[in-house]
Design a protein around this ligand. Structure first.
Ligand SMILES: Nc1ncnc2c1ncn2[C@@H]1O[C@H](COP(=O)(O)OP(=O)(O)OP(=O)(O)O)[C@@H](O)[C@H]1O
Ligand SMILES: [Mg+2]
Length: 273
């Protein structure tokens, strides 16, 4: 899968220029996190990846084909977008109907729909809620219902917009499991998140947005080695990473074992001086 962004600009009808020329390429299955302060343009950006929003100028190419050539319904088979706010996505009267709707629209065979319903409802913790009205679910379950409905369609790319918002520890663990199972199935996962622990533990590349432009774009460890740049867009590295930076360990540590390794290496080097 290849998503190419070419000088992408988006101006809302209000005159707000939310994207001011974004160029980059997302290729293969390397999971990507898009981060940056509120209003940086993250949601506006990803809504261009399956045509929910159309460029004011510039272009988005999916596997070399301009986004302008097909409808959002057609692109949704390839690129699934899980909305930031579940109430913008859910509209049917049961969890089961929500999950079956997308695949039926794209003509998935009924036996495959039934088989995926079983596996994905369990993955998303909804196996006992299938007959419930989505609006009677807790906010966490609602979020998983939106994830399940998109994953049901078996798209090549799954975009999560703030999936960790309002989640507790168990919800975050389940989300990590879902991302991992999509990665194992060879899917490209893209997330927007303010939760840096979730980001560094599950994604390999970060695209950092600042006022509608790309501020940083690269491997997670290279991006988080630049706290001063990140602070411009109010991104703060996870606590363990900040301690490692403060201790001048010279390594970007995301976990305690990584921290200890860098700490021991520095102590060893100091002894030999
Ligand atoms: N429908 C809209 N009409 C007009 N302006 C909008 C609309 N949606 C977003 N904007 C503006 O575009 C800019 C980018 O918004 P966007 O929602 O893409 O940011 P975001 O990075 O996703 O923020 P958040 O972290 O709060 O979700 C903001 O200034 C926002 O006010
Ligand atoms: Mg947003």
């Amino acid at each position: 899968m290849k998503i190419e962004l070419k000088e992408l600009r988006h101006v809302y009808p209000t005159g707000e220029e939310a994207l001011k020329g974004i160029s980059t390429v997302i290729e293969g299955t390397e999971p990507v996190a898009i981060i940056g302060q509120n209003g940086a343009g993250k949601t506006t950006l990803v809504k261009h990846f399956n045509g929910i929003l159309r460029p004011s100028s510039g272009d988005v190419l999916l596997n070399g084909e301009s986004i302008k050539t097909r409808s959002t319904a057609q692109w949704s088979k390839l690129v699934g977008y899980v909305f930031q706010n579940p109430d913008d996505q859910l509209f049917l009267d049961s969890v089961k109907r929500e999950m079956e709707f997308g695949p039926r629209q794209v003509g998935m065979p009924e036996d495959k729909i039934a088989q995926r319903l079983k596996v994905i409802s369990e993955l998303c913790g909804l196996q006992d809620k299938l007959d419930m009205h989505p609006f009677d679910l807790t906010s966490t379950e609602k979020k998983f219902c939106t994830v399940a409905s998109v994953v049901m369609m078996d798209p090549e790319v799954v975009i999560f917009d703030e999936p960790t918002c309002g989640q507790d520890v168990r919800g975050n663990e389940r989300l990590s499991k879902i991302v991992q199972s999509l990665k194992d199935a060879g899917k490209l996962c893209i997330t927007i998140s303010h939760d840096m622990k979730f980001v560094v533990n599950n994604f390999e590349r970060a695209i950092v947005l600042y006022k509608g432009k790309i501020l940083l774009d690269g491997k997670m460890k290279d991006v988080f080695a630049q706290p001063d740049e990140l602070s411009k867009t109010f991104v703060s590295p996870p606590p363990i990473t900040r301690v490692a930076i403060g201790a001048e360990l010279g390594e970007t540590a995301f976990t305690i074992p990584e921290f200890m390794k860098a700490f021991d290496a520095k102590r060893g080097a100091a002894k030999h001086e």
